[in-house]
Design a binder for this molecule. Structure first.
Ligand code: ATP
Length: 343
């Protein structure tokens, strides 16, 4: 049987032991400071983006999934296992690419990945074969033979990624995986995450500040602020515009096309963000021909025509404003209660 999918979960075909991550009422404090404040969430198969402002608690949340922090309350389950009780088993199921440098100076890239494989109990020759296999997949080239501390940021990231997946984990967790990467490397890294999830059935959790990356590859997003989950859902649902629209991208006189479509009864306007796009009422199958004909008549070459989405950044900002408002209201009402109680 293949790896479970989100559809399996939705149909109830998955037991809780198959659910990659489940947090229930997790509270983490450092001194008297509450960093995770009753976090409950599920990470389902597919790619999930974990986003939030600096200090929101994202890294602490990841550390609690790995069983690296002692919780004040709540429970964490990773494929049904408690990371605090069975840390070794849990870590064998997970691959982690931390944000901080985790290279061992003096080791070459390939030795670093092999070392990670050995730590997971892979025998000698097999660990070397597998290290080369994943480095090939990550396109690490000949740089793999150089000491890790001399590698470019891009190659170091490939080595860290290869080390995280060398033992074929069921789930991969990445902290800021595209930090410092040039646009081509960034795109390649996102492509690898998509391949892992879509072709190899891996669950991927990406903690990042780069919202366009989340919008382009993630199925779901979790917004964390001041240690609480403020919003969670599918990217598709969260970015759906209030008034449904289609976005048409094309080359040629788009203003002529817009006028023609309006004259033919299909209201159309320029997309605010992009000079080469129009927003139109969803044409529906019966009026799709009208769009193509009008494009031909006005000399526009259509590059794409698909449902429009709001930028995830707008959704994120809105969620943070709502969080600020909710926290302020809660503080005010707590203050009122205290002042009522004071004689
Ligand atoms: P960033 O996006 O900046 O990486 P984050 O969302 O990952 O932030 P965390 O690193 O989880 O946030 O930190 C949440 C809060 O907990 C911060 O205020 C941080 O200063 C505090 N914190 C984290 N680790 C510790 C620690 N070991 N001791 C004390 N406070 C800590």
């Amino acid at each position: 049987m293949g790896d479970p999918t989100r559809d399996d979960l939705a149909r109830g075909d998955l037991s809780l032991d198959d659910l990659p991550v489940r947090l229930d009422g997790v509270v983490k404090r450092y001194g008297n400071r509450t960093v995770l404040d009753g976090v409950s969430l599920e990470v389902t198969p597919g790619i999930t983006g974990l986003v939030g402002p600096n200090g929101a608690g994202k890294s602490t949340l990841v550390r609690s999934i790995l069983g690296l922090v002692r919780l004040a309350a709540g429970s964490v389950r990773v494929f049904g296992l408690d990371p605090a009780r069975e840390p070794r088993r849990v870590r064998s199921l997970l691959g982690v690419v931390p944000e901080d440098e985790c290279a061992v100076p003096g080791l070459s890239g390939v030795e670093m990945v092999r070392y990670a494989a050995r730590l997971c109990g892979m025998p000698g020759l097999e660990s070397l074969r597998r290290a080369h296999e994943v480095l090939d997949w990550c396109d690490a080239g000949q740089e793999r033979y150089r000491p890790v501390e001399t590698l470019s940021v891009g190659t170091r990231q490939k080595v860290a990624f290869a080390a995280a997946i060398v033992h074929d984990p069921k789930m991969v967790i990445l902290d800021e995986p595209t930090n410092g990467l040039d646009p081509l490397e960034r795109r390649a890294m996102l492509g690898r995450l998509l391949t892992l999830a879509r072709n190899h059935g891996k669950t991927v959790l990406v903690s990042t500040h780069v919202l366009p990356d989340v919008q382009s590859i993630c199925d779901r997003v979790v917004v964390l602020a001041r240690g609480r989950v403020r919003l969670t859902g599918t990217i598709e649902d969260l970015t759906r515009p209030a008034i449904p629209a289609h976005r048409l991208e094309g080359d040629g006189p788009l203003d002529d096309l817009a006028r023609l479509l309006c004259a033919r009864g299909l209201p159309t306007r320029r997309a605010g963000d992009d000079e080469e796009a129009l927003l139109l009422e969803p044409p529906g199958p019966d009026r799709l021909g009208l769009v193509w004909e009008s494009a031909r008549d006005s000399g526009v070459l259509i590059r794409s025509l698909e449902p429009a989405h709001r930028p995830l950044e707008d959704v994120f900002v809105q969620a943070l404003r709502a969080a600020d408002h909710a926290d302020m209201t809660a503080e005010e009402s707590a203050g009122r209660k205290v002042s009522h109680a004071t004689p």
